[in-house]
Write a protein that binds this ligand. Structure first.
Ligand SMILES: [Zn+2]
Length: 673
């Protein structure tokens, strides 16, 4: 029987034939895809004809067609609906897929063809999109070391291998320190803790055979313990152990590991021709230069610090009223902040949820997309990969735009979190291909399913990513949809969250599932006010971490990262009652791998942009201003990576993002508060 993954898909919209696919067919289909891709790439590299854009770049774009088609299905299922067979195949494929990618970037004749095209690009009569795709291909090869020869190439390979080992060591050390520490709680130490914290502490104690409840260094236990325990001495002990992770002078100490990682990253960047690692890392980002990152962070820093200092005074006065003299310490902040939150901004989640039924929130996300971009959603009755998954056809003016799949409920076969992926991306090369886009969430099932406010935000967030894919309108798959810089990719998603907060959207869609009544205005106001609560603290702990990350990767690598960290914090004038969100010895974002190294800033960069972008709508005449919606689609949602993110944003907004909207949104402007 032929493998349905490899046969043409004659299903509606060429959806994967889920009803026919069996797990044992994925392995052979991916192997066949890899083989086909290898043959196609070898034919491109060894082509006796002179390189042209069509016989090199366009041929590369189409070389992995079968592989992309099959892998697009497999990796979606492996994340959203795994089982033993899929997990085993995933493990088996990991080294094969990474070997395949290295083969491509290490293919000398292929790189020579690309380099020839790049050097002669003026004579090629390329469209701007083609020139950009050529530049991106070349850059990918160069950044992987394609220009290096002999000893330098060997050195780069050795540095990369050592960095991979050190990244794993860093994570494992951190895990060891988190595992080894516990603090036993006597029954009277449970005073003041909510039931869910007591249950978690008892479960943690039972798991470790401690004979009673314990506090561990797991964020989901220690943070609520610090928020709720009235026992200051216990808070202090737990807090100090928490911030000492990776710096205990034992076998799992991470300080020397961090120093070696920074030195090797610097060496890697220099081998590739960059002055330092930050320049190498930021080259592909919207920010481009370390100075741009620093400037943005510092514009937010001063108001955030002022807000935090004002909050500290309030919290310290609360502590003094409790009969405790002296300064508010870092282990006191969360406790008094929680008390203040409960008194001033308490939100009854149980009373809120009936106003946020999943069905209505899906409808809200669709309705905003209809009003902004003219999209229509029609339920599709087709076989899918799990009974909980739903499908819609997305059209505009009768034209097919995409298939959208919503996989909303938690189940044991799904990994945690929420994400947007595609089973097929958009492109026009070789015939118009419209995307199949998936949103995966982990909402609790119920009759009916009711969301928390965070859940509803997540739904809008992932739907914003989905719009970036569904509205994509480029020729080359390499730059379609969300194939953009890391510090730009969260713009559509975070921006879309703003529509959930628009009063007329809440009025229309946040309605009680039984009575249909709109959310009471008082509840709505509390809800929106709660989102700015304690943002001075959150911003200070974030920016201090981001500034240390940046300083580590600029110029010569620090011989003593802890001394460098102290120097940066001193320079910032770090408030005494707040510490970095992640100090160096446990800063996994930066040291467990390359992902967020010299990139931790990007969370805030994106937030500055989404606040500024939404402000553009408000300034222009409201959340549904048609002219702004048109610009957003034209310059951001349909454009993929067809231009530099800076150029796309500037075309949409008329200027680069300013920080004012973020400061307002986070409640950091003292006068306005
Ligand atoms: Zn996101």
């Amino acid at each position: 029987m032929p493998n349905p993954l490899l046969a043409p898909w004659t299903t509606p919209f060429a959806l994967p034939p889920f009803a026919e696919i069996r797990d044992e067919q994925f392995g052979p289909a991916i192997e066949a895809g890899l083989e086909e891709a290898r043959r196609a790439i070898a034919a491109i590299a060894d082509n006796p004809e002179a390189p042209s854009f069509a016989n090199t770049i366009e041929a590369l774009e189409l070389a992995e067609e079968t592989l992309d088609r099959v892998a697009g299905v497999f990796y979606n299922l492996a994340g959203a609906d795994s089982n033993a067979a899929r997990e085993a195949l995933q493990r088996e494929l990991a080294p094969k897929m990474s070997a395949f990618s290295s083969e491509i970037v290490n293919n000398r004749s292929l790189f020579r063809r690309i380099e020839t095209l790049w050097q002669g690009r003026e004579a090629l009569d390329l469209s701007p999109e083609q020139e950009r795709v050529l530049m991106l291909y070349r850059r990918m090869f160069v950044r992987s070391g394609a220009e290096l020869e002999g000893a330098e190439a060997e050195k780069l390979t050795a540095v990369k291998a050592r960095l991979a080992v050190l990244g794993t060591t860093f994570s494992q050390n951190l895990l060891a320190d988190e595992r080894d520490w516990t603090m036993a709680l006597a029954e009277e130490d449970l005073e003041g803790l909510p039931d869910f914290v007591i249950e978690t502490a008892r479960a943690a104690g039972a798991e470790r055979g401690a004979g009673g409840p314990v506090v561990t260094l797991n964020r989901s236990l220690i943070v609520p313990f610090l928020q709720f325990s009235p026992r200051r001495e216990l808070r202090r002990r737990a807090y100090e152990a928490w911030v000492a992770r990776g710096a205990n002078g034992n076998a799992s100490d991470n300080r020397a590991v961090a120093a070696e990682i920074l030195a090797l990253r610097s060496e890697r960047a220099q081998l590739l021709g960059y002055p330092d690692f930050a320049s190498y890392k930021l080259e592909t980002e919207m920010a481009k230069r370390p100075e741009a990152v620093r400037e943005l962070l510092l514009r937010v820093w001063a108001p955030a610090k002022a807000r935090a200092e004002a909050d500290r005074a309030v919290l310290e006065a609360m502590m003094h009223r409790d009969g405790i003299n002296g300064d508010l310490e870092p282990w006191d902040w969360r406790y008094y902040s929680e008390k203040r939150r409960a008194a001033e901004f308490d939100l009854d989640e149980a009373a809120l949820k009936p106003y946020l039924p999943l069905e209505r929130m899906i409808e809200a996300a669709f309705d905003c997309a209809r009003r902004l971009f003219g999209l229509e959603f029609r339920p599709l009755d087709v076989p899918l990969y799990h009974p909980d998954v739903r499908a819609w056809e997305v059209t505009r003016g009768g034209r097919h735009m995409a298939v959208f799949l919503g996989d909303y409920f938690a189940r044991s076969s799904k990994r945690s979190g929420a994400w947007c992926s595609t089973m097929r991306g958009q492109r026009k090369l070789g015939g118009e291909v419209r995307p199949i886009v998936v949103n995966v969430c982990n909402f609790a099932k119920g009759e009916p399913a009711l969301l928390s406010w965070d859940d509803a935000r997540t739904l809008f967030h992932e739907f914003g990513h989905a719009l970036h894919q569904m509205l994509s309108d480029v020729t080359y798959g390499y730059i379609s949809g969300t194939s953009v810089a890391r510090d730009f990719v969260e713009l559509p998603s975070q921006l879309y969250e703003h529509w959930l907060e628009v009063p007329e959207v809440l009025e229309a869609h946040a309605r009680h599932w039984q009575t249909g009544a709109p959310m009471p205005p008082e509840m709505r106001e509390r809800l929106l006010a709660a989102s700015t609560y304690d943002q001075g603290f959150a911003t200070v702990e974030f920016i201090s971490s981001a500034m240390v990350d940046l300083a580590f990767h600029e110029g010569a690598p620090p011989a003593d990262p802890m001394a460098k960290q102290a120097e940066v914090l001193e320079g910032l004038g770090m408030p005494k009652a707040i510490r970095m969100r992640h100090a160096t010895p446990h800063f996994a974002h930066v040291f467990s791998g390359d992902g967020y190294s010299a990139g931790y800033y990007s969370y805030m960069w994106s937030e500055v942009m989404d606040a500024d972008a939404f402000a553009a709508f408000e300034e222009a005449g409201g959340a549904f201003d048609p002219e702004m919606a048109r610009k957003l689609e034209r310059h951001v949602l349909s454009a993929g990576g067809s231009e530099e993110a800076e150029a796309l944003y500037t075309a949409f907004r008329g200027r680069m993002p300013g920080v004012e909207a973020l400061l307002r949104g986070r409640g950091l402007l003292l006068d306005a508060a």
